[in-house]
Design a protein. Structure first.
Length: 396
């Protein structure tokens, strides 16, 4: 296949609707990228993640000898929905207007993906690498870094490069850490019935009131918490708990037999999801409600709770992450753009999932996260043009 410019390759990637929230497949995009990178000096592995979703691994240069040398470029290929009425054209047809390329995923993060794919092909053609260059394209990042979590298991204990660029849009600032995101559902049971006979039922929404009070108490206390990593998040230097949704009741004359509270928690680097779940349990129990802790799955229905139950269900955990402030690789990336500030991100990335494989990641990529997930998402053409040479310097 002929070599495409980064912009033309970005247009091809955007044309694939890979919306993870609606379970759109990533395999057709994978077929295209595998054909584009069909090269005798590129090694390819495809990891099935179910439902026509897959993680893709490409590598060129000598195989890793286990010392962590080389470079890994990591991006995700899924996108968020593009259903907002403010879109002024087809979200999955890239268009260029003035100084920007507009389309769903152009910024988050198919722009980086296009650059990384072309750099891998360029490096394979040159054939002069002394250490491996890897490219990992993950699925289902936008619904909780699920694909990278699967990859951490799929890859096993094999060696891979430790120096890792996770190319999320940071406006080419080297980001050394990010908060995690713990998602959970709290299911409170009741007993349904006719509201004309209230003594015959148990109102699940009323049973949820002390649970909400316990969550509020915990949220308020968290504002005062500080860790070493708090300096990365000057606007919100504390962990954040959000009561993000409440579902309950079916009709105004029916006693609610269930209430579901959806909660998201953004933890600081260094905080454990397991320890925080214990804090959730204690906060609710202090309000006089007994709690049963459970593990769940985003793809499975929530369990049914009886009129005596309060189930706290851990649905997904995107781990927080931070590279050491004195890490050599952080300094390498900072030197590229002469930016040695201490930057953090309030959004999660695949870096937290990859840490268990020995990856020392810096989050660094073109585009502004402020326009991601919005109508008419766009990538600045100057950053798209500037990024390849910065990454070439890391490769060299």
């Amino acid at each position: 296949m002929a070599i495409l410019s980064d912009l033309d390759l970005l247009a091809r990637l955007v044309s694939f609707d890979t919306t993870s929230a609606t379970k759109r497949p990533t395999r057709p995009l994978g077929d295209f990228v595998c054909e584009y990178l069909d090269h005798p000096k590129i090694r390819v592995e495809r990891f099935d993640c179910g439902g026509d979703q897959e993680n893709l691994w490409f590598e060129t240069g000598p195989p890793s000898n286990g010392d962590g040398a080389g470079l890994l470029l990591c991006g995700h290929v899924d996108v968020v929905p593009a259903t907002e009425p403010e879109w002024t054209a087809d979200p999955f047809v890239l268009r260029v207007e003035d100084d920007r390329a507009i389309g769903r995923g152009a910024c988050d993060m198919k722009g980086f993906d296009a650059i990384a794919i072309n750099l891998l092909r360029e490096s394979a053609n040159a054939g002069s690498l002394e250490a491996p260059l890897g490219l990992l394209l993950t699925c289902n990042e936008e619904i909780g870094t699920v694909g990278a979590g699967q990859f951490a298991t799929q890859w096993g204990g094999r060696p891979l490069p430790h120096r890792t660029v996770v190319g999320e849009p940071t406006s080419l600032q080297p980001v050394r850490g990010h908060k995690g995101h713990l998602g959970m559902a709290i299911v409170i049971g009741g007993r349904g019935g006719h509201t004309g006979f209230p003594s015959r039922g148990v109102n699940a929404i009323e049973r949820a009131i002390p649970v909400l009070e316990g969550l509020r108490d915990l949220r308020q206390s968290m504002v005062e918490e500080r860790l070493d990593a708090s300096e990365l998040f000057p606007e919100t230097p504390f962990p954040v708990l959000t009561i993000a949704g409440i579902d309950g009741g079916s009709a105004i004359n029916v006693m609610p037999d269930s209430c579901v509270i959806r909660v998201g928690v953004r933890l600081l680097p260094g905080q454990s999801a397991g320890e925080f779940l214990t804090r959730i349990q204690s906060a609710i129990e202090r309000r006089g409600v007994g709690v049963t802790m459970m593990s769940g799955d985003l793809d499975r229905p929530l369990p049914i709770a009886s009129e005596h139950d309060c189930l706290v269900i851990d649905l997904n955990n995107t781990p927080s992450y931070a590279i050491d402030a004195n890490a050599d690789f952080l300094a390498e990336v900072a030197n590229l753009v002469d930016d040695h500030g201490s930057h953090g991100a309030n959004f999660g990335t695949d870096a937290g999932r990859l840490a268990g494989l020995g990856c020392e990641s810096v989050v660094f990529g073109p585009g502004n996260i402020g326009v991601a997930h919005k109508p008419n998402e766009w990538m600045p053409l100057d950053e798209l043009a500037r990024t390849p040479e910065l990454l070439r310097r890391l490769i060299r």
